[in-house]
Design a binder for this molecule. Structure first.
Ligand SMILES: CC(C)(COP(=O)(O)OP(=O)(O)OC[C@H]1O[C@@H](n2cnc3c(N)ncnc32)[C@H](O)[C@@H]1OP(=O)(O)O)[C@@H](O)C(=O)NCCC(=O)NCCS
Length: 145
């Protein structure tokens, strides 16, 4: 199993497939993304994301992408349904949040138990939610070990 930084259209396409498989868990956009849309999106946004894929051999089994929006990093993550429940989500999220210096923010649907669980208290502070969504922010820069 290996991490690969997403740098090209082939990686963006692997992200798209994983994202579409997991789209129902996402907090905002749950639509299917086409290959064409992803290509356009990647062309425009590749410079403001830090994204890694996690491969089992040649099979992309998960990804986490951090997007810089209004000066803050926001996470999005998905693991292939066949590979869920084996710690990959926690591993990939923990790996990728350490690739940026600043805090990472996250919005998670309250009912998305798996997504809540991977935002582990060692790395994430749970902030106030509104009953439908719960917000998280990493402890980086504020945690005293
Ligand atoms: C969220 C997601 C990335 C987790 O990936 P994963 O590889 O299964 O994650 P892990 O195996 O590392 O951890 C899953 C945790 O969720 C817990 N979990 C899963 N389903 C659960 C449920 N119904 N109730 C309570 N806990 C649950 C597991 O017990 C595990 O926690 P534990 O290790 O403390 O026991 C994966 O479910 C996914 O791709 N979902 C669709 C996309 C999505 O929702 N992305 C997040 C958008 S905010």
């Amino acid at each position: 199993m290996k991490f690969v930084r997403a740098t090209n259209y082939r990686h963006a396409e692997d992200i798209r497939k994983l994202r579409n498989l997991g789209r129902k868990g996402f907090s905002k956009d749950n639509s299917l993304i086409t290959s064409e849309q992803q290509k356009k999106w990647w062309k425009k946004n590749a410079d403001s994301v830090v994204a890694y894929l996690y491969y089992d051999g040649e099979i992309p089994v998960g990804y986490c992408m951090l997007k810089l929006l209004c000066g803050k990093w926001w996470d999005s993550i998905a693991v292939s349904p066949l590979y869920r429940g084996h710690g990959i989500g926690k591993k990939v999220l923990g790996y990728v949040i350490r690739k940026v210096d600043n805090d990472v923010w996250s919005v998670v649907r309250c009912e998305n138990k798996a997504s809540r669980a991977i935002h582990v208290p060692e790395d994430w502070e749970e902030l106030n939610g509104d009953g439908k969504f719960v917000n998280f922010r990493t402890w980086k820069g504020r945690k005293v070990d």
